[in-house]
Ligand binder design. Sequence first.
Ligand code: CA
Length: 295
Amino acid sequence: MATGDLELVLDARALIGEGAIWNTALQRLHWIDIHGQCVFTYDPATGANRAYDVGQMIGTVVPRARGGLMLTLHEGFAGFDPDTGRVTLLPRPPEHDPAVVRFNDGKCDPSGRFWAGTMALAKGPKPLGKVYRLDADGSIHVMFREAGTSNGIAWSLDRRILYYIDTPLVRVDAFDYDDATGAIAGRRTVITIPPGMGRPDGSTMDAEGMLWVAMWDGGRVTRWNPRTGALLQTVRLPVTRVTSCAFGGPDLDTLYITSARNGLTEKQLAAQPLAGGLFKIRPGVCGVPAPAYQG
Ligand code: CA
């Protein structure tokens, strides 16, 4: 498969563009602006990018099997109906204190449970985030604690490994994952990010079992072999704060990439005017469909 050039899809100027995910049922891309408090639905067929204000900080978006979307918001998990704009917040997750932490990135596992983590609102010495699992029956479980900035979550093609990124650790960890029960065990580091590449943020799996990782303050998306830890491919962007990536399009051969402008100085913004934009590239490999929430 041929590799294409990087293209700007939308000069969106998002504060923190994030959460790219392809909705296979709708053939559209969902993404979010965390500080802009918006979820977007982009239709490549028309170029339309519909924005929905969700009224509080948003951490991620996933499709819902019954229709509509699921979100993480500052306060917890929520359902979202794009037809009415209605946000339905689920009961507060156990141990979740919105005065101290907010929800951030998350994705559904191969069986359609919705995993997402939290992060502290203010910098501090202790990692106060947690990773939660929302099951199809609506129950919410704390899966582990002491996350710093909980970010990318992805699963191996054989459904036996969960790959996890806690950004400040500058690495990718793996857990043994039981798809029948959603249990995880045996945390270990599988990818160590060398200095000078930025910090790992969102991630996605490709059809060859390789992991794509967006690099915050790294100006790139990187492709890794999670079995060997080897760096395989680098896609450079004209912006430094690269936040998430997801394969989309009818053949899942287009990698959509989000970025942020939040926290950049005027001088930095002048040097990277497309910061906050949505980009795409055909990187020469296909993705796999993102599971929808089954509840
Ligand atoms: Ca993120």
